[in-house]
Ligand binder design. Structure first.
Ligand SMILES: Nc1ncnc2c1ncn2[C@@H]1O[C@H](COP(=O)(O)OP(=O)(O)O)[C@@H](O)[C@H]1O
Ligand SMILES: Nc1ccn([C@@H]2O[C@H](COP(=O)(O)O)[C@@H](O)[C@H]2O)c(=O)n1
Length: 293
């Protein structure tokens, strides 16, 4: 059964161990109304030809960016010119607010809470998402984890059919949350997330081991429990094990590709070269002896 068929079935909460699907009444309404998805009557108040906006939340290092990358790859979007992309991805990290001098010093010592909602400029995020939904071209800054600030570089996000926005707290701010047409939560075990965060922060974000572990224990873990985890209930689709969950990713890709196909009459044909379901080939995929997370 395809994801869209599941979506037509009514208010259900399914968790078959592979893919948890939670569908709200509002969401079903959106999709039942969208016989012609190109003109989806959005539950978010934006009507007709606005991009399909997908929020991807989950704890740090749960695999949010990797899941988004896989979706882009499977839809043949990853290597396209920015101007040609029909699916684009943005990170919530681009919307960290500018720190005051005293906060900057604390951040340098690993004593600033980047996992608290106050660390974000949610108004700016909201405003950019509204511009995207209005079909505008927007500039999204790149975030620099080494200087703990927005870098001088930015990316131009051209109008696209589908926009993915990933981040730890994308479902936290109600006004932002309400804009999404689809909400995904990447649900990866916390030991696995910590095991991935340590090398990533040391190799890519200029931290040392002590700093990473202190930050994790003092801020990341408690804030995850207080602010991020409770937003899982807003998700339409929960993806256990993140990017390892080929079945979930295939179902999501299938759903997006159906939307794109129906929306592509006046556009270049989408290259759906890799849409065939993934065949289990490793213990992790088949569930025999894979990592227990
Ligand atoms: N399924 C996976 N298996 C192994 N490593 C992974 C997997 N998913 C993500 N990673 C690695 O874990 C780290 C965090 O992943 P990332 O996708 O950036 O997470 P997030 O965006 O949630 O912070 C990266 O170094 C990434 O390469
Ligand atoms: N200057 C910063 C900004 C953010 N962080 C941490 O990044 C995490 C969010 O990014 P993910 O890719 O892991 O989702 C968040 O947990 C912050 O702690 C940081 O360390 N420094």
């Amino acid at each position: 059964m395809s994801l869209s068929e599941i979506l037509q079935k009514g208010r259900v909460a399914v968790n078959c161990g592979i893919l948890g699907v939670r569908i709200s009444r509002k969401y079903i309404y959106t999709h039942k109304m969208s016989e012609k998805p190109a003109e989806h009557t959005a539950s978010n108040g934006f009507e007709s030809k606005t991009p399909f906006l997908i929020g991807v939340a989950g704890g740090t290092a749960s695999g949010k960016s990797t899941v988004c990358q896989r979706i882009m790859e499977k839809l043949g979007q990853q290597h396209k010119e920015q101007t040609e992309r029909r699916v684009v991805c943005i990170s919530q990290d681009s919307f960290y607010r500018t720190l005051k001098p005293s906060e900057r010093l604390r951040a340098e010592r690993g004593q600033f809470n980047f996992d608290h909602p106050d660390a974000f400029d949610d108004k700016k995020l909201l405003s950019i998402l509204k511009d995207i939904l209005a079909g505008k071209k927007v500039e999204v800054p790149e975030y620099d984890y080494i200087s703990n600030s927005i870098s001088h570089r930015s990316h131009t996000i051209y109008p696209a059919d589908v926009v993915l926005i990933e981040g730890i707290l994308v479902f936290y701010f109600p006004e932002v949350r309400e804009l999404f047409h689809m909400k995904l939560f990447v649900d990866t075990d916390s030991d696995t997330r910590l095991a991935r965060r340590v090398p990533r922060d040391i190799m890519e974000r200029g931290r040392d081991l002590e700093q990473v572990l202190n930050q994790y224990m003092n801020f990341v873990k408690p804030a995850f429990e207080e602010f991020c985890l409770p937003t899982k209930k807003f998700a339409d689709v929960i993806i256990p094990r993140g990017a390892d969950n080929f079945v979930a990713i295939d179902l999501i890709v299938q759903h997006i590709s159906e939307y794109l196909k129906k929306n592509s009459s006046d556009k270049v044909q989408l290259q759906l070269s890799t849409l065939a379901p993934s065949v289990p080939s490793s213990p992790q995929r088949s569930g025999k002896g894979g990592r227990p997370h």
